[in-house]
Design a protein around this ligand. Structure first.
Ligand code: FAD
Ligand code: PYC
Length: 406
């Protein structure tokens, strides 16, 4: 027996030893968004002379650090329609990729502990229903039925008065999303280059001409920037100002325990959210860290704060161990909506401002950005997210639908 040491097929994508001297499109960032855009550029627009440049490894940014909540129960018409299209795309992805993404439809409850919170839930429910998205305000008894282990009084401090129930709420395996889009793009001719950092962007006469990388210069007329927490650094290279600021967002998981929690629960007032993963870990998170930081340091303070509030909801968890914690860099915007589309620099396109909310949008971002780059025309679903809305005082206020309090 002779072991075949030359694996004839790459496991996920083909390694390329050399960069070419030019590409039709260069995508900066091998997270879900960059890889999805590459996939749809190739699949829907036949544009395959494309490279994705990733300074680390694919999915190693916020894509591999998030808590995978997928939902479309937003507040603005622009947001609801955009995320609803994403939820539709998620349904077919495992089949598209021939890869199990562990997409699990669990139902999503945003808990209301005050009358003011209930009012916002009603508002969201009405906007959602108007656009055909399943959301409704329910009483505490429905929450208790869906999650029987909950202390509905939250230790007596913050009794649950009701919730926004969103049946389509789901979770998925995050890194598989990057692999699926990466493999699909690779199979269609896109090159993925890991360990390749973009250091500069060559702009002449207001137009993109190329990018300087840690492995040499590449000529190109089109650059898509999809770097989440590194957006301000890339924008400096093209001299574009934006109101994007970076805060750490932390999360943690417990040791695996037997399945006991089906739905996803979010409490804005207690600043916590929780779901249980396919392998039994409790996936938990809180609000942003309250300081700007371009770094992925995680803190004991975070674990202490989160567990204190988690135990108010689920006192029986007091002996469960925390297994891992980590942080990502959230590219926040003043109105909690993304910044997408064309920019004042010809050939430079932006997919950013994804803060704490961009994983669920991965498929629709890929699709709409591929369209925008391929046709040099803003996709109709992203017109509400343009960079110039800040200059024009035309914000798309999504703060009331952000996952946890900020
Ligand atoms: P990333 O996955 O960060 O990819 C960007 C890539 O660009 C990185 O891999 C980085 O290495 C690379 N890069 C940066 N600079 C350069 C350069 N100069 N050259 C080359 N490459 C570069 N969203 C949800 O919808 N639901 C959630 O439940 C949720 N939970 C979250 C929990 C946490 C703890 C965090 C941190 C975020 C959460 N988010 C959530 C937000 C979500 O993770 C992000 O919005 C989304 O993953 C962004 O994807 P991306 O592909 O744009 O960015
Ligand atoms: O966007 O639903 C969300 C979310 C939950 C946790 C972080 N983001």
């Amino acid at each position: 027996f002779a072991l075949n040491k030359k694996h004839p097929e790459p496991r996920m994508f083909t390694p390329h030893a050399e960069l070419k001297s030019s590409y039709d499109v260069v995508i900066i960032g091998g997270g879900g968004h960059g890889l999805a855009a590459a996939y749809y550029l190739a699949r829907e627009h036949g544009i395959t002379n494309v490279c994705v440049l990733e300074k680390g490894y694919i999915g190693g940014g916020n894509t591999g650090r998030n808590t995978t909540i997928i939902r479309s129960n937003y507040l603005t018409p622009e947001g609801v329609q955009f995320y609803d299209e994403s939820v539709r795309l998620w349904q077919d992805l495992s089949q598209d990729f021939d890869l199990n993404l562990f997409y699990a439809n669990r139902g999503h409850f945003t808990l209301a502990h005050t009358d003011a919170a209930l009012r916002t839930m009603r508002w969201r429910a009405e906007v959602n229903k108007h656009y055909g998205v399943a959301s409704e305000v329910v009483g505490p008894e429905v929450v208790k039925e869906a999650a029987p282990m909950i202390d509905i009084t939250c230790g007596g401090h913050a009794p649950i008065l009701g919730a926004l129930y969103h049946a389509p709420g789901s979770v998925a395996r995050h890194d598989a999303v990057a692999w699926g889009y990466g493999r699909g793009a690779d199979q269609r001719g896109v090159e993925i280059h890991q360990q390749t950092e973009v250091l500069g962007i060559d702009v002449q006469g207001g137009k993109v001409k190329g990018v300087q990388t840690s492995r040499g210069y590449i000529a190109t007329g089109k650059v898509l920037c999809a770097v989440a927490g590194s957006t301000p650094r890339i924008l400096k290279m093209v001299d574009i100002k934006s109101p994007i600021y970076i805060h750490p967002l932390q999360a943690m998981v417990s040791e695996p325990v037997k399945p006991w929690l089906d739905p996803i629960l979010v409490s804005g007032s207690l600043h916590v959210y929780i779901s249980q993963s396919a392998r039994g870990e409790l996936v938990m998170g809180a609000s942003l860290d309250p300081y700007e930081l371009h770094g992925t340091r995680s803190t004991l303070d975070f674990v202490e704060g989160l567990t204190t509030h988690m135990l108010e909801m689920f006192p029986f968890l007091s002996n469960v161990k925390v297994m891992r914690q980590w942080a990502g860099m959230a590219d926040m915007t003043p109105d909690f909506a993304p910044v997408m589309g064309k920019t004042p620099v010809e050939g430079f396109y932006l997919d950013s401002g994804w803060g704490t909310w961009g994983f669920k949008a991965t498929p629709v971002c890929g699709k709409t950005m591929a369209h925008t780059v391929a046709t040099d025309t803003t996709h109709p679903l992203i017109t509400g997210f343009s960079l110039d809305r800040f200059r024009n005082y035309a914000l798309t206020g999504e703060k009331g639908a952000a996952s946890v309090g900020h």
